[in-house]
Design a protein around this ligand. Sequence first.
Ligand SMILES: [Zn+2]
Length: 100
Amino acid sequence: MTTITIGPLAYDLEIVEDLKTDEGVGLFGQILYTEQVIKLEKEMTPERAFTALWHEVLHGAADLYRLPFEDSEQTIGTLAMIITQLLKDNPELRYNAEKA
Ligand SMILES: [Zn+2]
């Protein structure tokens, strides 16, 4: 089981087929705060999955640190796109303890 750590909280990462809300709406990703689980849809490209994971992690961080945009899909979605593109384009933005 892969774990994603957000601050002091360890979230289990689950890959799920046909991920949906309780209302039946299809999802790329979902974060369950009280269960500490992040779910990702199985049928996605690696790029889509990477962005979806960052999207859910940002929800988790916003919830944990009570950031004012905690529930804003617009802000979370934009930040996820910005961060994933920066990381793809710039290997030097990834922390490397050996280079520090
Ligand atoms: Zn969201």
